[in-house]
Write a protein that binds this ligand. Structure first.
Ligand code: G3P
Length: 222
């Protein structure tokens, strides 16, 4: 399973890339606004220098001709840019045009299996169903992931990867892995939560104390 980080904060990306566990990055207009970055193209260029895997950069327009031009501009930044387009009729037209030319496309704002089928037919590299936002309105976000994974598995010619987005907590990630989703994009705080278990902290504290009692040093050993 691939781990992407869902942030446009360059310092967070640097920090998490250093773990060696990061396979890609997703951004969106809200995350770019939150980062305070003033030059979107430079920001994506900088992220692409840090992370070798797919870096999602979202178009800003909503009409076909402008989205296509924006997508082509973003794709020029680096071969590992995945142009992010919304799941609309025009967005999927852009998806088809860009993917036919070999550009990776991440189709975002997916909230139904029908939308996910359309995205696969349009040649999307990634489909991004938003589980947290579905949960927020009383629906079952993880059920949508299960449905899309099952549907895609019926059609081996669909090459679209299920990228679970709008993840709010480690449980979303664990369920996604159980269902065989290809990618999870995780906010930095959720990635850090994954390491944590109170028994790990307690066990480590005991080992450190007991080791001190031995009076030894591994590095000073003869
Ligand atoms: O990047 C898309 C998605 O992950 C956004 O998540 O938390 O704004 O619902 P959220």
């Amino acid at each position: 399973m691939k781990f992407f980080v869902d942030t446009a904060d360059i310092n967070e990306i640097k920090d998490l890339a250093a773990t060696g566990l990061l396979d890609g990055v997703t951004t969106n207009p809200s995350l770019v606004a939150k980062s305070g970055a003033k030059n979107f193209i430079s920001l994506i260029e900088d992220i692409c220098k840090i992370v070798e895997g797919p870096v999602s950069a979202e178009v800003a327009a909503t009409d076909y001709p402008t989205m296509l031009k924006e997508g082509q501009r973003l794709a020029k930044i680096a071969p590992h840019v995945a142009v992010k387009v919304p799941l609309t009729e025009d967005g999927l037209k852009v998806c088809k045009a860009l993917s036919d030319n070999g550009t990776m496309v991440n189709v975002t704002l997916c909230f139904s299996s029908a939308q996910a089928i359309l995205a696969a037919k349009a040649g999307a590299t990634f489909i991004s169903p938003f589980v947290g936002r579905l949960d927020d309105v009383g629906h079952d976000g993880m059920q949508l992931i299960a449905d899309i994974v099952e549907i895609y598995s019926q059609y081996p010619k669909f090459e679209t990867e299920v990228l679970v987005a709008s993840i709010r907590h480690p449980g979303h990630l664990i369920d996604s892995a159980r269902m065989g989703a290809h990618v999870a994009t995780l906010p930095p705080n959720v990635i850090r939560q994954l390491y944590k278990h109170p028994l790990t902290d307690k066990g480590l504290a005991a080992f450190v104390d007991d080791w001190a009692k031995t009076g030894q040093s591994i590095l000073d050993a003869a």
